[in-house]
Ligand binder design. Structure first.
Ligand SMILES: Nc1ncnc2c1ncn2[C@@H]1O[C@H](COP(=O)(O)OP(=O)(O)O)[C@@H](O)[C@H]1O
Ligand SMILES: [Mg+2]
Length: 261
């Protein structure tokens, strides 16, 4: 991919600017198992970073560590130059770090907009005025295409809508950096295209930095500025998508032909 064709419209030099998050020899151990083993890399401000790798590679653990759900066993983690490893999860949210989960986590008994409002209650500014909450919710509903369904019960929503709701709730925290754990899983081809277009919109309209864990490698390569391949808790490669897709080792051993369908 040439610098001028980056999806964000930014030049390569701009995307290569200061890291928004940096990991330095981060490890996470569950008993004897090293789920993350001395990982060091930067997430660049304004980029879409794709993360792929086989089941059990440590992708979800990495997202959990980067969003404060889990504390690293060792190593350093910084956000905008500030050390954050060890802070409680709500501090991460307050700094502008949000995430979505592999399985949509929503409140089934609430309406779509009430679900999104739960996100607006957590973000960087404490005790928002109700008008400010409504503004955040309205904006998150609009950008995720949920405005017309706002009063419907979330419990009856289909999978694509549940994913939109979870994303809108994350956006309502007014994040700078959003981690998405397998956001395309379970979606059909047409729905994948809809969601990928939505990520592009978020990225360009809001200047969000996105980290996307995904098994659907073609869609991930199409979306991402760089792709990180994780294997057994270590970094196998971190490169531009076209270089990663040419890497026979990555294709044959770590991704599997079925993911290229
Ligand atoms: N809370 C946990 N306790 C013990 N082992 C875990 C826990 N979470 C993940 N693991 C293990 O860590 C490894 C990485 O898991 P995970 O991060 O979920 O991988 P991925 O998301 O890449 O499929 C796996 O072997 C998994 O069984
Ligand atoms: Mg996972």
């Amino acid at each position: 991919m040439q610098a001028e064709s980056l999806h964000s419209g930014r030049t390569a030099a701009q995307v290569a600017a200061a890291p928004i998050m940096a990991l330095d020899r981060v490890s996470k151990q569950f008993g004897p198992l090293k789920a993350l083993d001395g990982l060091s890399f930067d997430i660049r401000s304004g980029e879409i970073l794709g993360i792929a790798g086989p089941n059990g590679a440590g992708k979800s653990t990495l997202l959990n560590v980067c969003t404060g759900v889990l504390k690293p066993t060792s190593g350093a983690l910084s956000f905008e130059g500030q050390a954050v490893a060890g802070l409680a999860a709500h501090h991460y949210c307050g700094l502008g770090i949000a995430r979505t989960f592999q399985i949509p986590q929503i409140f089934s008994s609430m309406s779509v907009e009430e679900n999104v409002a739960t996100g607006a209650l957590f973000g960087p500014t404490e005790r928002l005025a109700s008008g400010a909450i409504k503004d955040r919710v309205d904006e998150a509903l609009a950008i995720t295409g949920l405005a017309s369904q706002r009063r419907q019960p979330a419990g009856q929503a289909d999978l694509l809508t549940r994913k939109r709701i979870m994303l809108a709730a994350a956006l309502a925290t007014e994040p700078k950096l959003v981690f998405l754990d397998e956001p395309l899983s379970g979606l059909n081809g047409e729905e994948v295209d809809i969601f990928v277009a939505l990520f592009r919109r978020l990225h360009s309209a809001r200047g969000l930095t996105l980290v996307v864990v995904e098994h659907k490698v073609r869609a991930l390569a199409d979306l991402s500025d760089r792709i990180l391949i994780l294997n057994a808790g270590t970094l196998l490669c971190l490169d531009r998508p076209e270089a990663m897709l040419r890497d026979a080792r990555v294709i044959d051993i770590y991704l599997g032909a079925r993911n290229f369908a």
